[in-house]
Design a protein around this ligand. Structure first.
Ligand SMILES: [Zn+2]
Length: 195
C-alpha cells in the first residue's frame, strides 16, 4: 500500500518521537533537545545543483580540482580541510546520476569503490572508511569517502559525518600529507595523480 508524502505528513506531524540520543556515546551534542517540527511536503522535488552539464561544477572544473583521475573517474578532495583526517569524493567523468550509469560504468563502479576505500585507508590509523552516496545537493553522481579515525569510539557510525564539522579542521600539512597518500595509493594501480 502506497503512502503519499501528504499522508505521511498527516500521520507523523505532531507524533514525532524523541530517541534517547543524549545517551548515545556517538551523538555529538548535549543539552535539551526536541525534534524539529515536520514541514508540510513541497509541491515538487526541488532541482539539484548542476542538473544541466553546462552549470555542473564537476563538469566545468574538469581536472583542475582533481586529486587523481583516469579515463572514466575523477577523485577530488574537499576544497579545504575538515575535521576528519581526509574526505574525498569519487565522480564518473560522465555527467550522470546513479540511474544514468551505462552498464559498463555500473560494472566498473564496484571495483572503483573498493579501490578508493583502500586508498583512503592507506593513510594509516583509519578505523573505517564510510562510503556514502546521498545525491540530494548536486546532480552529478558523487560518492563520499570519509576516513573515520581509529580508536576514538565516539566517532563510529553515521554521526561521523556530523563529527566532521564538530572536530576542528585537520592542520593543513597533515591534510596535504593524507591527500598525497590517497593519490599515491590510487596511482599505484593506474591513472594519474594530480598532486
Ligand atoms: Zn556534471
Amino acid at each position: 500500500m502506497f503512502e503519499s508524502p501528504e499522508q505521511l505528513f498527516e500521520r507523523a506531524s505532531g507524533r514525532l518521537r524523541m530517541p534517547p540520543v543524549a545517551e548515545w556515546e556517538t551523538f555529538p551534542f548535549e543539552g535539551d533537545l526536541r525534534p524539529r517540527a515536520l514541514r508540510a511536503p513541497d509541491a515538487a522535488e526541488p532541482a539539484r545543483n548542476g542538473e544541466d552539464a553546462s552549470d555542473c561544477w564537476r563538469c566545468q572544473s574538469g581536472e583542475d580540482a582533481a586529486l587523481w583521475s583516469d579515463e572514466r573517474w575523477i577523485v577530488t578532495p574537499l576544497p579545504e580541510p575538515s575535521g576528519l583526517p581526509v574526505v574525498v569524493l569519487l565522480f564518473p567523468r560522465e555527467h550522470v546520476d546513479i540511474d544514468g550509469l551505462s552498464g559498463e560504468l555500473a560494472e566498473a563502479l564496484g571495483p572503483m569503490l573498493v579501490r578508493v576505500e583502500r586508498a583512503v585507508r592507506s593513510v594509516g590509523e583509519i578505523g573505517r572508511v564510510h562510503v556514502c552516496r546521498w545525491g540530494d545537493g548536486s546532480f552529478h553522481l558523487h560518492w563520499w569517502f570519509m576516513a573515520r579515525p581509529a580508536r576514538l569510539p565516539q566517532l563510529i557510525g553515521s554521526f561521523a559525518a556530523i563529527w566532521d564539522d564538530v572536530l576542528p579542521p585537520t592542520p593543513e600539512p597533515i591534510w596535504r600529507h593524507n591527500l598525497a597518500a590517497v593519490a599515491h595509493a590510487l596511482a599505484s594501480d593506474g591513472g594519474t595523480s594530480h598532486l
